[in-house]
Design a protein around this ligand. Structure first.
Ligand code: AMP
Length: 536
């Protein structure tokens, strides 16, 4: 624990590393494993589903019990540091160390994980803090908080392990990928048996992430030719481990979520041995079980530990699979994407609760545009473009996967009212209420939103003068204006709303530009708003 303090004392990465490289070989096996976990900022190995379930309030109550300090005194110490761990270290600074070992501390965490009830956990925390010196207590509290903030990450612990025991960093990383336990890997490194590491099935691996781009052209430029397109499904990311009849599902946060999706588990059973599959959990249409429903439908299933039969019938879920990380208990992440896809295709898919994500080959921006339109028409969020030769990089956002979400939709609207802004914008008319036309033939204006973002101060100052000149009526801060100023606005989504005359509202509207080139007679109509809301 003293090493942790020395690591914290320096901001230099190499010095931190040097402390670790000296320290790790001095530890016995058990302490080496624990130290590697603790220094990575975790209490249990990454794949271990146990948690200590100690939040700030248990920690404060335990500290109050131990020290007799009142809330005010603790709050003051907290404010000085802005961090519970440092607050603990501060309040208990005078406590001498009783020389507790790493394994003693690990046993306290294990006791917390198995304790039932807040009172019991509070007592354990109180007694643990009481048995530790100030800096050790700080370390304990920081680990409880899940954030060590001594500036180390698991990647650096891997580096230290490689250096401390004279092994290649790549071998350490690979073994850690297979095992998901940097402590166990440190032992393998010390014994020089890293090559013995085998994939630990039912230990979740990190997920590969995608980078965003906004246009089809950018995607074509960034991808090799040809490349692959898949729909971007709007569900929750999940990893399935399948070994014969045994199936488990993990979320993106590496938590096990198997029990929430019995329908998916059944569909995945018997699909193969030693498989790790990557995909998206979706709510599907009960009448058409391959038809994705919007995320809002899935929301009813989230957080349910075990859904009722009625829920399973009303909101069936499916796992749509787009990648394979392991096959026959061997990692295949180093193989090209197309090879992994071919492996996926060879599996005996048979049930609607689990199926492969369709993909297509693309060459041009037109291909991307048309695939995007079909994805949207199928109710999906957009596209993911994938490099056919790329390997799977767990936990990383590489250039091999690129996501394209909704193309920026805009509306041309006319300003019907303006208001003085707030704060810095108190003196100018900066908040604009805007409207669309009822139809091409009916010039009635229907308000659909209000925007105050997107223009520069200079533009706002100019518009303020124009709006003053066309003010028809003033009510307090609000000016009703002649509908002459046309704006192009963008937004997140179009929602139904009773607040505006149009019956719709734009969520998060932003002004793209003032369209002096367009007369108010040519602005967008209600029909276009309906279309954007998906009600056309
Ligand atoms: P983001 O979460 O914005 O980084 O976007 C990437 C996410 O898109 C992934 O984490 C997946 O949950 C999701 N996604 C949906 N469809 C796919 C797909 N076909 N391939 C990869 N990721 C997908």
């Amino acid at each position: 624990m003293e090493a942790a303090d020395r690591i914290r004392a320096t901001t230099k990465r190499l010095e931190k590393l040097a402390v670790l490289v000296d320290y790790l070989p001095t530890l016995d096996d058990e302490s080496l494993v624990i130290a590697c976990h603790f220094l990575s900022g975790i209490v249990f190995p990454r794949h271990d589903q146990r948690t200590t379930r100690v939040g700030g309030s248990i920690l404060w109550a335990a500290l109050t019990e131990l020290t007799g300090l009142n809330d005010e005194a603790l709050a003051e110490a907290y404010t000085r540091h802005g961090d519970s761990g440092d607050m603990v270290g501060d309040v208990l600074a005078a406590q001498p160390s009783a020389g507790q070992s790493l394994s003693w501390m690990a046993a306290q965490f294990a006791a917390l994980a198995s304790a039932t009830g807040t009172a019991r956990r509070r007592t354990i925390v109180r007694d643990t803090l009481g048995a530790l010196g100030g800096p050790e207590a700080r370390f304990f509290a920081k680990l409880l908080g899940g954030e060590l903030r001594i500036g180390l990450k698991e990647a650096q612990v891997e580096e230290a392990v490689a250096k401390a025991f004279g092994r290649p960093l790549a071998a350490v990383r690979h073994a850690n990928l297979l095992r998901g336990d940097v402590g166990e890997v440190a032992l393998l490194a010390r014994d020089n048996v890293l090559d013995d590491a085998r994939l630990a099935l039912f230990h979740p691996l990190g997920f590969m992430l995608a980078q965003p781009l906004t246009t089809a052209e950018e995607i074509v430029d960034a991808m090799p030719s040809p490349f692959i397109l898949e729909d971007k499904y709007d569900g929750i990311r999940a990893q399935a481990h399948v070994d014969g009849e045994e199936v488990r599902l993990y979320s993106r946060t590496l938590d096990e979520i198997t029990h929430g999706y019995p329908d998916v588990v059944v569909a995945l059973r018997g699909l193969g041995t030693g498989l790790v599959l990557d995909g998206e959990l979706l709510a599907v249409d009960p009448a058409s079980p391959r038809q994705a429903r919007p995320f809002a439908a899935l929301q009813r299933r989230l957080g349910r530990k075990s859904p009722s039969p009625e829920m399973l019938a009303e909101v069936p879920a499916a796992f749509i699979v787009y990648d394979m990380l392991a096959w026959n208990a061997e990692l295949v992440i180093g193989e090209p994407y197309l090879t992994r896809r071919a492996r996926l295709e060879s599996l005996p898919w048979r049930a609607d609760g689990a199926f492969m994500a369709p993909s297509s080959v693309a060459l041009t921006a037109e291909d991307v545009e048309s695939a995007f339109d079909s994805a949207r028409a199928a109710g999906n969020e957009g596209l993911i473009a994938k490099d056919p030769g790329s390997s799977y990089t767990p936990g990383r956002r590489g250039k091999a996967w690129i996501k394209l979400k909704r193309a920026l939709a805009t509306l041309d609207v006319v300003v019907t009212g303006v208001e003085r802004g707030h704060g810095r914008r108190n003196g100018v008319l900066s908040d604009y209420t805007f409207a669309v036309r009822a139809s091409d033939t009916d010039p009635t204006l229907l308000n659909v939103g209000k925007a105050y973002n997107g223009l520069t101060d200079v533009e706002i100052a100019e518009l303020t003068e124009r709006f003053k000149a066309i003010t028809v009526q003033q009510f307090g801060r609000f000016h009703q204006v002649r509908p002459e100023v046309v704006l192009e606005v963008t937004f997140d989504i179009v929602q139904k709303s009773a607040r505006h005359k149009a019956g719709y509202a734009l969520r998060f509207p932003r002004i793209v530009r003032v369209r002096d080139d367009k007369p108010a007679t040519e602005i967008d109509t209600l029909a276009r708003v309906r279309e954007l809301a998906g009600d056309a």
